[in-house]
Design a protein around this ligand. Structure first.
Ligand SMILES: NC(=O)c1ccc[n+]([C@@H]2O[C@H](COP(=O)([O-])OP(=O)(O)OC[C@H]3O[C@@H](n4cnc5c(N)ncnc54)[C@H](O)[C@@H]3O)[C@@H](O)[C@H]2O)c1
Length: 303
């Protein structure tokens, strides 16, 4: 696996991937070579105590034969800055990195984490020369995990027993689709105590989670790294796992030519199928509004 961008997200992802032992080779690529080297050496120092892997700082030539390239190089947000506010800066970085990756002959799966991730995944797709199925944005997998965690904590059940999706933009317009939430496979209406849940407060919690973390520690890293590992695992093990990831829409809900998150079947081929769930009318309307927000950001990319 090649990880482009050895900052907070890239280094944490490399570390999580080393512990998960999915890859024999983990190469970190960053325009700041000293930083990439320091992170690689630090992670490699734990490898004697984990399963063997080679972790090093390299160049795009090292990424040429990677099965997966994870793109974390992008403009970071600070304080109350929205993800969309860094669109132009991130797009320039993503474009440059993808051009280098393509020039090196990379022909694997490109997993994009740089924000705003839906617009950056679209940018990467436009420049990578890869089929859309093999250019994936981490999308709302993280937000969906936050939703499951939030519902689980309030109901006193394990997060793994809660399923449900946040869809649309990974950002302020995202759709927290409570109609999809199940606890142990049962709808919320069947769960004791669930009627008392303040769904609006949970949705706000999920939507604002990253801002609170950025206020506290300056960036987010562990949640997104875990989501990236999960996607890698689904691809490498050809799992056909259903994950809400950002993918090129081709008419679903009447939306096309945009990257947005919907539940997708993820396997060796990347996004192998996009699932079209029956959201309630309010959620469907929110999804359309979210698409419009992302469309405007995509149009204004270089502005
Ligand atoms: N998708 C998500 O859920 C999610 C979550 C958290 C952060 N992010 C995003 O991930 C990105 C990275 O965040 P971070 O906290 O790691 O930022 P960071 O500033 O710590 O790291 C970015 C790294 O990219 C490198 N870089 C910049 N331009 C480059 C280029 N042209 N070529 C190679 N490397 C380059 C920088 O040197 C830096 O090391 C941001 O866009 C952030 O918003 C996404």
């Amino acid at each position: 696996v090649a990880i482009i961008g050895a900052g907070n997200v890239g280094a944490t992802t490399a570390y999580a991937l080393m512990l998960r032992a999915l890859f024999r080779d983990i190469v970190l690529i960053d325009k700041d070579m000293a930083r990439a080297q320091a992170e690689a050496v630090d992670i490699a120092h734990g490898n004697a105590l984990a399963r063997p892997a080679r972790i090093w700082a390299g160049t795009y030539a090292d990424a040429a034969t990677a099965q997966i390239a994870i793109l974390t190089a992008g403009a970071a947000t600070h304080g109350a800055e929205s993800r969309l506010s860094v669109t132009a800066r991130s797009a320039a970085i993503v474009q440059a990195c993808v051009a280098d990756l393509r020039a090196a002959g990379f022909d694997g799966l490109l997993l994009v984490a740089a924000n705003p991730v839906d617009v950056m995944a679209l940018t990467a797709f436009e420049h990578a020369g890869l089929p859309a199925s093999r250019v994936i944005g981490s999308g709302t997998l993280l937000d969906s995990s936050r939703l499951r965690q939030a519902v689980a904590a309030r109901l006193g059940v394990a997060p793994g027993s809660v399923s449900g999706y946040v869809v649309g933009e990974h950002g302020d317009s995202e759709v927290v689709a409570f109609s999809t939430v199940r606890v142990g496979g049962l709808p919320l209406s069947a769960i004791p105590g669930a009627a008392a849940l303040d769904l609006d407060a949970i949705a706000a919690d999920v939507r604002e989670a990253a801002y609170r973390i950025v206020t506290g520690k300056g960036y987010t890293s562990f949640g997104v790294a875990t989501a990236l590992v999960k996607i890698c695992e689904a691809v490498i093990r050809d799992e056909k796992t259903v994950l809400p990831v950002s993918t090129l829409l081709t008419g679903q809900y009447g939306i096309s030519d945009l990257y947005l998150s919907l539940p997708c079947i993820v396997g060796r081929g990347g996004v192998e199928k996009v699932l079209v769930a029956e959201f309630n009318p309010a959620e469907t309307e929110q999804l359309h509004r979210s698409a419009e927000v992302v469309r405007q950001a995509a149009l204004g990319r270089m502005g």
